[in-house]
Design a protein around this ligand. Structure first.
Ligand code: XMP
Length: 510
């Protein structure tokens, strides 16, 4: 089944992905493409949105795509830079603004239009721009202003072209989603037919067709993405999906057994491979963070490759790659950087595996992966898990890794996480874990002097891991958790709480 599609042309704004998410929340399928690669099959798109940009239309290297197949032929919405672009190149004027135009502003309507239907006078919108539209383009009709921005919203007479200086996609624009809906549904007539259920049905059909009777191998990590990818493939090809779950010895306490059980309960054909000893052996004496990552990545590939070869006649490798990993980003200078991030957890599988790659989630954002998982009946426990790095506790044990250090950190981490859950705090934290520091400090237990390890607890809030802030956990929670750790985990006599934001710190300590 063909859904209506919306095209978002990306001019490099930090908010472009947010536009896509808001559109998808309206159950409308959309794609982001870089401004300099307008898709050739433009007929397949029902409406087009031009994103914001860090560039200025007045600069020499202004991104300037050919929109002749779009302009006046398709419903078109310019957002921020997109609005300035439509003005500047069509007889209007854009100039540096004299007043600060960042943050909140309130709309005041000049002319009634279905574009703003259901949006009340004074509605808060979010501005973030340093140029301003001085004069509207030819046939421009002013729709709304704010206190500081006269030309905050306009349309072009005789076309379905609209332009807004503010950002409807950010949370602080109170009626932003309504405005996008007015444009896409009322004005452009796009169908709202893209739902988690329809995604599952169509993806399963596509996978069936693509894979036929071929065998597929997939590395499960215990995380959300690989698990949801596995469930989709399982629906499509059943026993022909061979899942491999590798214990690298650096998982959380009891994680290997627990998650393996859970996977089996989900009907997956999964093989657990306990390679702890092999990983720990390879890591012996290595204390450099990147060195440890490389070893863990290499051994993972060796183990995975051995296991994949043990299955006869495998043709495909499935990966849990998601949309943010594949969107070609446009760099802040306006030039296309065309970097495609390599998938973190799988760490770049080698060419010698010679398998074709299938990525059933590569069109979804993280929250959509969760919704797709939920619509297949997957457990909220699994779908709500905190992110966990591929190298696991290996990058939370600072310095070299030994079995004893892993044991200590697993115990500490288990107490911290289970307390977060029992205090009802787990779901309000984006990621949490403990770090084992390469520091011994003096303590006293009973009458004895101790000289033991120090651990740091870290809990952060974030949306994507790119920026993060520490969570203000209740003192009483920290007190109880610290007591429990020191009393129960042999070898630890001191607990500290990390209160650094990212940037300048990172989430992990290594
Ligand atoms: P940082 O420490 O860079 O972490 O602020 C951001 C997010 O990425 C995770 N992370 C990793 N995930 N392999 C992974 O699969 C890695 O080497 C790695 N390093 C960091 C981290 O847990 C956080 O969610």
């Amino acid at each position: 089944m063909q859904h209506n599609k919306v095209l978002i042309l990306d001019f490099g704004s930090q908010y472009t992905q947010l536009i896509a998410r808001r559109v998808r929340e309206l159950n409308i399928y959309c794609e982001i493409h870089p401004f300099n690669k307008v898709p050739e099959d433009i007929d397949g798109y029902k409406a087009v949105i031009l994103s914001g940009s860090p560039s200025s239309v007045r600069s020499e290297e202004v991104p300037h795509p050919d929109l002749s197949n779009i302009r006046a032929k398709k419903p078109l919405l310019g957002v921020c830079y997109g609005a300035q672009y439509l003005a500047h190149f069509s007889g209007g004027e854009v100039a540096p603004s004299n007043t600060r135009e960042y943050g909140r502003a309130n709309l005041s309507f000049i002319k009634e239009d279905e574009f703003f239907e259901g949006v009340s006078e004074g509605s808060q919108v979010w501005m973030s721009h340093s140029d301003t539209i001085k004069h509207l383009p030819t046939n421009g009709v002013l729709l709304a202003s704010t206190h500081d921005v006269e030309n905050a919203a306009y349309k072009i007479e005789g076309e379905t072209t609209y332009a807004i200086q503010f950002h409807p996609e950010v949370y602080h624009s109170m009626d932003g989603k309504r405005i996008l809906e007015n444009f896409l549904v009322q004005i452009a007539g796009v169908n709202q037919d893209w739902t988690p259920q329809s995604f599952v049905e169509e993806t399963v059909e596509e996978l069936k067709e693509k894979l036929g009777n071929d065998k597929v191998v997939l590395g499960l990590s215990g995380g959300v993405d690989s698990s949801v990818a596995a469930m989709l493939l399982n629906k499509a090809i059943g026993e022909n999906l061979y899942c491999i779950f590798v214990n690298n010895g650096l998982l959380r306490k009891n994680e290997f057994q627990d998650v393996l059980e859970q996977y089996k309960g989900m009907g997956l054909n999964v093989k657990g491979v306990d390679a702890s000893a092999r990983f720990l052996d390879a890591l012996k004496g290595e204390s450099d963070p990147e060195g440890k990552r490389k070893i863990i990545g290499r051994v993972f590939i060796e183990v995975f490759d051995d296991e994949a070869h043990a299955i006869s006649d495998v043709k495909w490798l499935a990966q849990g790659t998601i949309y943010p990993d594949v969107i070609e980003s446009v760099s802040a200078t306006g030039g296309p950087s065309a970097t495609i991030k390599s998938h973190h957890n799988v760490g770049g599988l080698p060419d010698f595996m010679k398998l074709k790659v299938v990525e059933p989630l590569k069109l979804l954002f993280k929250d959509e992966v969760r919704r797709v998982g939920a619509s297949m009946g997957m457990s909220p426990n699994l779908l709500g898990r905190h992110p966990f790095p591929g190298p696991g506790l290996g990058i939370r044990i600072l310095g070299d890794i030994t079995a004893e250090k892993v044991r200590i950190l697993q115990e500490v981490d288990a107490i911290f996480i289970s307390n977060l859950k029992s205090w009802g705090l787990y779901d309000s934290v984006w990621q949490a874990g403990a770090m084992l520091l390469p520091v011994n400090s003096v303590g006293v237990m009973g009458d004895e002097r101790t000289y033991e390890k120090c651990v740091a607890l870290r809990a952060v809030e974030s949306t994507d891991g790119m920026t993060a802030d520490w969570v203000n956990l209740p003192y009483e929670f920290l007190q109880k958790t610290s007591n429990e750790i020191i009393n129960k985990v042999k070898g630890v006599n001191r607990v500290v709480y990390d209160i650094s934001s990212k940037p300048p710190a990172t989430i992990e300590w290594e």
